[in-house]
Write a protein that binds this ligand. Structure first.
Ligand code: PEP
Length: 255
């Protein structure tokens, strides 16, 4: 099955709403309209910038998608500071990142919470970009494949096969995020292939074939081509390089 590649720019906690508008415009207008039929591109700004990006994308009928970096597992209620999947859906978000290693690390998010967030996103029609990935110690012990597969299966617990088809998975080795140390394309392919095999075993070959699996970790215009040539890599989750409009557009064009 042909899977539409996805390039997702995770802005993390960067850019105010004016900077967000400028970057969105730069990306949207650097890529020719026909490009978007071949590759999907989404920006993932901080919550406070979403409304500005939405106004720009919807108003100008831009083909660029947008989404958020996190969501609450709850629909509404007394959860000060949280943002629900329903709110993201109302703002027209296509995607939401779930289980990013920075949230697992700094907000103590465990597999159970990640699972509840994946369900919340799907419930509201926002596609979760589910992040899995190992720390360097785990890789050094040769346990990276098992570790990532366990994170994947735990995050999808209780979902029906047809729901799993609507999840995007991102393999993000923690040691490669923001460090400049990109995984080799063979290393990235090894884990992405294993993730797809785990999906096939649990949900069937058709579902596994339909799920997009991204690689994330120090992706740049200089390494994207090699990564997306790999059979099981369907695009990238990009952090640092997504904050530079020229670099991100170049990277997208090469994907
Ligand atoms: C990320 O934040 O998901 C990421 C992959 O960051 P970077 O591209 O900066 O390594």
């Amino acid at each position: 099955m042909a899977r539409l590649p996805l390039i997702a720019g995770n802005w993390k906690m960067n850019l105010n709403h004016l900077e967000a508008i400028a970057l969105t415009q730069k990306i949207a207008f650097s890529l020719p309209e026909k490009y978007f039929a071949k590759v999907e591109v989404t920006v993932l700004p901080p919550f406070v910038d979403l409304r500005s990006v939405q106004t720009l994308c919807d108003g100008d009928k831009l083909l660029l998608k947008y989404g958020a970096q996190d969501l609450s597992p709850h629909d509404s209620g007394a959860y000060t500071g949280d943002v629900s999947g329903a709110m993201l859906a109302k703002l027209g978000c296509s995607y939401v990142v779930v289980g990013h290693s920075e949230r697992r690390e700094y907000h103590a998010e465990d597999d159970d919470l990640v699972n509840r967030k994946v369900r919340a996103a799907l419930k509201h029609g926002v596609t979760p970009i589910l992040c899995v990935g190992e720390k360097i110690e785990v890789r050094e012990q040769g346990e990276h494949v098992g570790h990532c597969n366990n994170q994947l299966i735990a995050a999808l617990k209780g979902l029906k096969a047809e729901q799993v088809s609507n999840v995007v998975v991102a393999y993000e080795p923690v040691w490669a995020i923001g460090t400049g140390k990109v995984a080799t394309s063979a290393d990235a392919q090894e884990v992405c292939a294993a993730l797809r095999a785990a999906l096939a075993e649990k949900y069937g070959a058709e579902v596994a074939d339909s799920v997009r699996i991204l690689y994330g970790g120090s992706v740049k215009s200089g390494n994207i081509s090699e990564l997306v040539k790999q059979r099981d890599i369907d695009g990238a989750l990009v952090g640092g390089a997504s904050l530079d409009g020229d670099e991100f557009s170049k990277l997208c064009a090469l994907a």
